[in-house]
Design a protein around this ligand. Structure first.
Ligand SMILES: Nc1ncnc2c1ncn2[C@@H]1O[C@H](COP(=O)(O)OP(=O)(O)O)[C@@H](O)[C@H]1O
Ligand SMILES: [Mg+2]
Length: 283
């Protein structure tokens, strides 16, 4: 037996990278920080000096009336828009100029609605096409040369990881279904499953529960809590205040492009300025 085969056998026994989860021991307690973010569109100031932090292992809510700048802030954080001023820090590094692709490789991602092309592919194809994260590959590279055995191990690892992730989201029985045939809620689960294939640390979710029926919503929220227990961090924009109040450790309120208030759900609920900001909007 060659040493490469031996390494494959050993690796297969130990299954070092197949589990969902973030190895958090050496990571900063605050993975994401934005400082003085500004963004203008023509004459409109969409984001006007937003500054906040997101703590690791939390579900942090980003709320505010329509037009407050939440989606633009998400796009600034994940590299889809360039800020006019301010900075984004990920794990302590300034990543303001990074592309979405680079940020995804570092572990900072947002979910996207399954696009039309992807709805014409099966659930399994959607999963296999998700961009792959780096930590698993690096681990394999460190023990394996790029021999045939190494490539085979990599492929079977991807497949194994795909199945585990589909099982986690209870989508495994739908593996051969076209994504376009899934219910709205199942599609949301698939969006989450796809994003986990990128090995993220911090995941931004823009209205992940829109169109999801109550029982699936409950399950999705349970999954989010299980994932934070595994070390993942979520920043979530959600209009349903009951969800924010019951499921977020920390809530950041944006209004007119800035952070108006932040704190625990109880702090936010009783904050007069927050109540005023929402007057005339459907809280
Ligand atoms: N691409 C864009 N072009 C022009 N104006 C935009 C664009 N994106 C957002 N805006 C404007 O910026 C403001 C903030 O929008 P947005 O970030 O979508 O708020 P939210 O997600 O909190 O509802 C709004 O006034 C919106 O009309
Ligand atoms: Mg929005």
């Amino acid at each position: 037996m060659s040493s490469a085969d031996a390494a494959v056998e050993k690796g297969a026994e130990e299954e070092p990278t197949l589990e969902l989860g973030v190895e958090t021991a050496d990571l900063a307690a605050v993975p994401l920080r934005v400082d003085g973010l500004e963004k203008q569109f023509g004459g409109i100031t969409a984001v006007d000096g937003a500054t906040f932090e997101v703590e690791r292992g939390t579900i942090t809510g980003l709320i505010g009336p329509n037009g407050a700048g939440k989606s633009t802030t998400f796009n600034l954080i994940t590299g889809f828009h360039r800020p006019d001023a301010g900075a984004v820090y990920f794990d302590g590094d300034d990543v303001t100029e990074d592309s979405p692709h680079t940020l995804a490789r570092k572990g900072l991602v947002r979910t996207f609605q399954i696009a039309r092309e992807l709805s014409e592919m099966t659930v399994m194809e959607n999963m296999m096409l998700a961009p792959k994260g780096q930590s698993g590959e690096q681990l394999w590279r460190s023990v394996l040369p790029w021999t045939r055995g190494g490539v085979r191990a990599q492929e079977s690892e991807n497949l194994e990881r795909t199945w585990r992730t589909l099982e986690f989201f209870e989508l495994d029985h739908l593996w051969n279904e076209y994504a376009g045939n899934l219910s709205g809620g199942q599609r949301k689960l698939l969006e989450m499953a796809r994003v986990l294939m990128t090995d993220p640390q911090v995941v931004l979710l823009d209205e992940p529960l829109a169109g999801v029926n109550p029982s699936l919503e409950k399950r999705l929220l349970e999954h989010l809590h299980e994932l934070t227990d595994l070390g993942y961090t979520f920043l979530i924009v959600e209009h349903d205040m009951d969800v924010i109040m019951q499921h977020c450790e920390h809530v950041i309120v944006m209004h007119q492009g800035r952070v108006l208030a932040e704190g625990t759900p109880a702090d936010i609920r009783d904050n007069e300025e927050v109540i005023d900001a929402y007057l005339g909007d459907d809280l």
